[in-house]
Design a protein around this ligand. Sequence first.
Ligand code: ZN
Length: 646
Amino acid sequence: MKIIVISLTIILLVLALSLYIPFSPKLLQPASVVSLRILDRNGYLLREVLSDKEGKSQWVSLKDISPNLILATVAAEDSRFYEHWGIDTRAILRAILQNVRARKVVSGASTLTQQVIKSIHHFPRDWFWKFVEIWHALRLEVSLSKDEIITQYLNRIPYGNQTFGINAASWLYFDKPPAHLSLAEAALLAGLPRGPSIYNPYRYFLRAKKRQQEILARMLSKGVVTREEYRRALEEPLNIIPPQLSFRAPHFSDFVLSRIPLKERQDISSIRTTLDIELQKDVETLVKNCVESLKEWKVTNAAVLIMDNEKREILSLVGSADFFDSDHNGQVSGVTALRQPGSALKPFTYALALEQGMNPATLILDAQIRIRSNGIDYIPRNYDGKFHGLVRLREALASSYNVSAIRVLQRIGVESLLGRLKKLGFDSLSKGADYYGLGLTLGGGEVTLLELVRAYSMFTNSGVFRKEKIFLEINDTQGKAKLLPEYSSLRLFSPQVSYIITDILLDNDARIPAFGAGSVLCLPFPCAVKTGTSGNFRDNWAIGYTPHYTVGVWVGNFDGKPMRNVSGVSGAGPLFRDTMLLLQKRERIANPNFPIPEGLIEAYVCPRSGMLAGSSCPGRIKEIFIKGTEPGEYCNLCSAVASFTL
Ligand SMILES: [Zn+2]
């Protein structure tokens, strides 16, 4: 018996003495937080990213924190904080009882001191570690004053939405320093650490508000606020800053971050990007309005990408109608998502055809044909359901006839098209030519809006391809500028071929047979454009360019549900048009024409034969040719027909 008493006394003595082992100051130092600021091209803040481990946290001293918050936090988390020595024996006894009943550790009954320990050590949840935590908490109380402990707590604890510490939370939710928090605001924030996602005010405002009211009531019952203060706090409207305002151009910021490996992020303090936030805001509105207007057609999302042609800078990137709309997968970006491009790849097929000696007047047969694509036999149809017989290459591309595109691809070969597309940055087309088959030109493979836009911008740069630019300046944590990634330029088509494709995509008359006159694609300035619709109306595209900008628009549903009968002209078309008009209004470009390269000649051809127009031909069409590919002979079809009827 004596031995037991003695050994117990010794153990207790050792434990008591061990509490005086000083706390390592290193553990209590403010967390070194690396913050990375993503800016638009004019230095406007788009997003502040904190290293994933730390979250948003900027250390503040107690005098810079509103007393309201300190009182509310104590009331919410640990009402006997100023009385206990690190553990709350009453709360622990209650918790033990609950735990024994539930036969596991369910209730923590943690004091603010214990929570500080938890935020430093992250112990596992079991009985043994609970005792270790308590031992540390008692030690902390020996080393630090109550004010120092609550300062540690308020600076370390998570408040949800990647914020750690009251400073970051105060700025995020109320856009003000923590010294200026009102009683109502303080009570709301004090309630968050208990369950940062359960009480997330962005998602569950009413829940967070209810907890705020409970905390205010507890403060009243403890006598730390007067009845009058309590009443006013209850009535005070809570102006929570919507996440949109602290999360600008969200898909673009995500895109920027995806280009920087996690390891490198630690060394970067700011990135000035190519985005133009003013333009971005306008485009975001256009996208929202577009999706709203297409609701009846079962459209839930749209995306827009704008690139400056000369520098290939991304000026605006809108990935979905609403980043925060989780019902429609708003966080998915329509700019980088893999989708079927429909007819949007056809211009590259025809560009290859021109390169291989065909010309815009070459006749191509548009008649029923059976092909094999992705392992399936099928008969491609035209959008209007008809076949058009012999059509000129210009009409075939402008009116987007499917069978003509297949016939052209048969001539140039799938292998050759696929090889060129890969050089054009279509990394998503990762399978072999056999897999895609002739359906490649009808959009059988999957690509991204980004790939389409940068490939189209090649046409406006005389056939020279270069990858997009998103960084203007990257500064490291010492404020030194880092070397920016440079992409090399690659000539993929001649200036003449590029110009002819542009001239065809500009041609409002040539697309009349398929799209009608005066469609939304006719803009009051020269603008080349191509639409596309994937099988089953899942994706709808309009990609086009002026000499200065390339714009890509995708309209569809992320869940793969088909839209109701939406074509490029009624779906993506109007949004493309609005975006182009917006750009035109901003720039007021003096000379909106595409420059014509050397080496092209004009000739009049017969619309029926594509040969040089003769006297018997019904009308003459002015066409452009790469020197040497123009037809050499006069039309013999019309003169033969004429002599036959005589
Ligand atoms: Zn003729």
